[in-house]
Design a protein around this ligand. Sequence first.
Ligand code: ATP
Ligand code: MG
Length: 341
Amino acid sequence: MTKTIALLPGDGIGPEITAPTVELLNKLGDFTFEEHLFGGISIDAHGTALTDEVTAACQRADAVLLAAVGGPKWDTTDPTKPRPEQGLLGLRKALGLYANLRPVRPVPALYDASPLKREIIDGTNLLVVRELTGGLYFGDRGRRGDTAWDTMIYSVAEIERIVRTAFEAARSRVTSVDKANVLESSRLWREVVKRVHAEEFPNIELEHVLVDNAAMQLVSNPRHFEIIVTENMFGDILSDEAAMLTGSIGLLPSASLGGDGPGLFEPVHGSAPDIAGKGIANPLAMFLSAALLLRHGFAMETEAAAVESAVDRALADGLRTADLGGAATTAEASQAVLNYL
Ligand code: ATP
Ligand code: MG
């Protein structure tokens, strides 16, 4: 049966990297694409970054593939004016996305771009699973006199669902990262992780690592990790740290998953307004986002791995777009990858 993918090309280089991604996905399965305006382009047409119609269409779809939103045209400090990023927040909320997945898989051909030694990054293939809707970023905060506070709050149910997402993505090992020697919310986190593990995933190996230690091991022994699951702020920090293993955020995809509805798949990079329309954008992060869609959205592991391997081989052949110091165009880069599928 055909699966429906809601397609949100968005702004800037978005449309340029979306078109070849549709071509790529069409080679791998039977998909129906429904394209919608989202972000700045939707503000221009409808006065809002995300219309109710697009929200409903995304909720009905089997997966949502987003390129990028925003650009100088819509930059404003006026709080009464609509902003493209509001579309993202609205969509995340409407889809109930509580898990953010950021794979870090350094490509051998680009090892030299990393600030870390080749021997250290070689063989790294890890996934950071970050809780997205709770913790310090959403707790009560305030000021009184010359003091200020933020609170980290987690419920059992919030921890259970993110931890299940992590175990479901794991082949053999999950590392739960917390600060249980200090924080009460981390002690609850650890209790819940242990129980969910024992009751539902006893065949997966589980370890608990303190966040400071995890930060250290990420750059001293990243191969150690398969899945890192952690709360919102720790995940925010660790996923950017882990991204540097690859040397650039230019090739990184991400997935955001929720309960029963569709997941949202998008590159980590932005809309790159400075190069929009020139036909030189690097489509690889978008291709790798499509791979995540196949893996985590549709359980099509073989096809997902085929995309990743095609990207690796094209880079090994010397494919370099401008952001990687080369001269390949979007069209040339796309063809180089498609040739290997
Ligand atoms: P945002 O706030 O949306 O994250 P940003 O300006 O912080 O946007 P990007 O839009 O990712 O970040 O752009 C940062 C730089 O990286 C720009 O110079 C841009 O041209 C470049 N860049 C980003 N994505 C790509 C891509 N896919 N191909 C080539 N260059 C890119
Ligand atoms: Mg940015």
